[in-house]
Design a protein around this ligand. Structure first.
Ligand SMILES: [Zn+2]
Length: 245
């Protein structure tokens, strides 16, 4: 066993396409001895929006209230588990849709999926800058991460530009156990760059049911394989000090 905290920052509940309720997920996470988990249900109005998603104010509000209640329960009962209020935002969504529904200081963590082009980087920068201007206290700004990011879209381009973007906007790379090909050694150049630039890395299982809630061993081993323990430490420090909203 390793001494690192057990982290799964990518879990779907029945608020989107996950099978279980938030309560069922948290109960199991407590039994498994996980230290940090995030519920990150889908948010999209792209072609993908046929999956059930957080798509209107009422649903989003219920979602946030339910996670807040669970956070309070965990705190009151002095449980070791820290639960983050997350969302997984599809970058194929329209700017207007994102700006309308995402009140950024209501979240502890935002994952972005489908960052696959330099155009989508420009899109994302624009959104993040908008969010930063929209809140009064930047301490309430969430942790940002790339969900199941596929290095193949950028590996032949200018990786330094890409790394500078992650560094400037403090965005972590997720080792996602549901997409092991995205951390395979064919992308070693990419992982060497993450190390060189001190980009934080995290672990998520993309859990849609309870069976893979604890599939964190392989991602962790790959982090060690690429000598990215310090990069994981950066994220862990952030998780430790993060005041939940
Ligand atoms: Zn997901």
């Amino acid at each position: 066993m390793y001494l690192y905290p057990k982290i799964n920052l990518h879990i779907h509940s029945n608020y989107s396409d996950g099978k279980q309720t938030i309560n069922q997920i948290v109960k199991r996470a407590l039994n498994l001895g996980l230290d940090y988990i995030a519920i990150t249900d889908h948010f999209t109005n792209s072609w993908k929006s046929w999956v059930s998603t957080l798509s209107n104010h009422e649903m989003i509000s219920n979602y946030l209230v339910e996670i807040s209640q669970t956070q309070r329960y965990l705190k009151k009962n002095d449980r070791q588990l820290k639960l983050l209020k997350g969302i997984e935002l599809d970058l194929g969504s329209s700017e207007q849709f994102i700006k309308k529904f995402i009140q950024i200081d209501k979240y502890d963590l935002v994952l972005f999926e489908y960052l696959q082009s330099y155009e989508s980087i420009a899109f994302l920068k624009n959104i993040i800058n908008f969010w930063k201007k929209s809140i009064e206290n930047l301490n309430n700004f969430p942790i940002l991460g790339l969900a199941h990011f596929d290095p193949s879209f950028f590996i032949s381009g200018n990786l330094d530009t890409f790394m500078n973007f992650l560094k400037d906007y403090y965005i972590y790379f997720e080792f996602n156990s549901s997409y092991p090909s995205f951390y395979s050694p064919q992308y070693i150049i990419f992982f060497e760059k993450l190390k060189e630039y001190n980009i934080p890395v995290g672990i998520g299982c993309d859990s849609h049911n309870l069976s893979n809630l604890n599939d964190i061993e392989e991602p962790f081993e790959m982090i060690v394989y690429y000598n990215l323990e310090n990069n994981l430490d950066i994220l862990i420090k952030t998780l430790k000090t993060k005041k939940l909203v």
